[in-house]
Design a protein around this ligand. Sequence first.
Ligand code: AMP
Length: 181
Amino acid sequence: MILILFGPPGAGKGTQADLLKEKHNLLHLSTGDILREEVSNNTQLGIEAKKFMDSGELVTDDLIIGMIKNKIESTTNVNGFLFDGFPRTISQAEALDLMLIESNKEIDKVISLEVDDNVLTKRLLSRGRSDDNEITIKNRLDVYKNQTLPIKDFYKNSNKLLEIKGDSSIEEVSSEIEKLL
Ligand code: AMP
């Protein structure tokens, strides 16, 4: 099974990912989490990525695609993958399709969590991560609209998109996801 959790920063992707990966025995691949680990380990990748992350810009497609490819190729013994925060650009979405074709797999569903901007900003400000300050948040929401939102049509056309309201409780969102899967 291959699922993508899609939605703006603060939509609850990480929270829902934790529930989904347990239920379906999926490997959770959060590009944000992987990048933050690279940054804290001071790796070459982390050093390159940090400047983009600090300003709320996207890390370059080449870095992200290489990173995901490594993870997919080095993983065995899972039922599938749960992508969270990836893909974020049309190029990443196309690269993912190619990677999956090479290993005879395909995306099952793209779960899009829909939450209003004012709710997102409130949630992000209360989270307190270093890139969760007012200026960076605004930029991340703009980057999301300009570079990431167009992917929705990409998946809508292939009938894989599940649109779910993400502003109710964790349990309600989770049961809505399970109902539609
Ligand atoms: P997130 O935790 O998903 O909000 O990601 C935090 C930051 O990591 C983002 O603001 C980007 O700078 C970077 N990032 C995470 N995932 C991606 C991706 N798929 N493509 C490009 N940059 C990413």
